[in-house]
Design a protein around this ligand. Sequence first.
Ligand SMILES: [Zn+2]
Length: 100
Amino acid sequence: MGKGEKKTDVMVSEKRVKLHIFEPSMRQIWTVVGMGKEHWIEPDFDFCSCEGYYFGRVRGKKSCYHLESAKLAKQENNVEVITFSDDEYSDFVKGIVVDL
Ligand SMILES: [Zn+2]
């Protein structure tokens, strides 16, 4: 991470914001790879699975840098899109829940 670079910019430029699309249902799962961990986010509902978000929420904050990165990535059209088949959906969800 260079000097003067914002954390969110780095997240976007390194393509850490990922959109997983399951076909043919087109279900979507967003994740952001943070500091060694992948977090499940719901940008449309302002939800992130990380602790920072959880504790921020308690203090009345409604975002975390994962969500901010996702918003930036969407704006800049710099989202890593990965497609899966619907058959893989439940395994994917189980895998990500275990990682939390
Ligand atoms: Zn977060």
